[in-house]
Design a protein around this ligand. Structure first.
Ligand code: ADP
Ligand code: TMP
Ligand code: MG
Ligand code: ZN
Length: 184
């Protein structure tokens, strides 16, 4: 049988990495063989761990691009996990389709939107193939409601690819996002 594709998306701090780690735990508890990948670009805390904002972590294989995934598989993995997919290349789509077609469950987590409200293309492509899309929300940094759907950049420098955390980004709801952008 083919595998399932689960794609976890949402703004920063919405719990994407934590949810990915919970799924990893389910497979690990069941003694299923898995592999975990993350783009090397995300050196926020550590090159070989995926780390959540609440500081839980799991060891991961760092990769520069999606072509490095299939050669690292031994064939008998039940599931493959990839965090920060927004930093990977668009051919990740073909790699993921190949894995689910060959019977592996694949769990991907990443940003759906940049702080400029632009979709990350690779995330959109994977959402199209997903059996399940989990849209996470954050608590809005401005109004405190649990409606945070977009990340807002609080510093002027850097582009749409710019690794960072609380020093650079907050999560906000759409209303507060519009208000903050009006003020600028
Ligand atoms: P993501 O990978 O989506 O950035 P993480 O799983 O790394 O999310 O972090 C989620 C954790 O971040 C929450 O469990 C909470 O402890 C913390 N957190 C910090 N700021 C917020 C916020 N504004 N809304 C929700 N959780 C937040
Ligand atoms: P997180 O979703 O696990 O919090 O991590 C998101 C990473 O993406 C973090 O390193 C900051 C980075 N980022 C960008 O590169 N561009 C963006 O537009 C946003 C919102 C975040
Ligand atoms: Mg994360
Ligand atoms: Zn708000």
């Amino acid at each position: 049988a083919t595998g399932n594709l689960v794609v976890i998306v949402g703004p920063m701090y919405s719990g994407k990495t934590s949810e990915l780690i919970s799924f990893i735990e389910i497979y690990t508890l069941g003694k299923k063989k898995i592999k975990v990948f993350k783009p090397l670009l995300d050196k926020r805390y550590n090159e070989t761990y995926i780390v959540s904002h609440s500081n839980t972590s799991v060891k991961a294989i760092p990769i520069n691009n999606s072509a490095e995934i299939l050669p690292q598989l031994e064939g008998d993995e039940k599931a493959v996990f990839i965090d920060e997919i927004q930093f990977l290349d668009e051919p990740l789509r073909e790699v993921v389709v190949e894995m689910i077609n060959s019977g592996k469950d694949v769990y991907c987590a990443g940003l759906d939107l940049s702080y400029k409200n632009n979709p990350f293309k690779v995330t959109s492509l994977l959402m199209a193939h997903a059996d399940t899309v989990i849209k996470k929300k954050a608590v809005c940094h401005e109004c405190g409601e649990y409606r945070g759907t977009i990340s807002y950049k609080i510093v002027e420098n850097g582009g749409e690819i710019d690794v960072g955390g609380f020093e650079k980004y907050i999560a906000v709801c759409r209303d507060c996002y519009l208000k903050l952008n009006e003020k600028k």
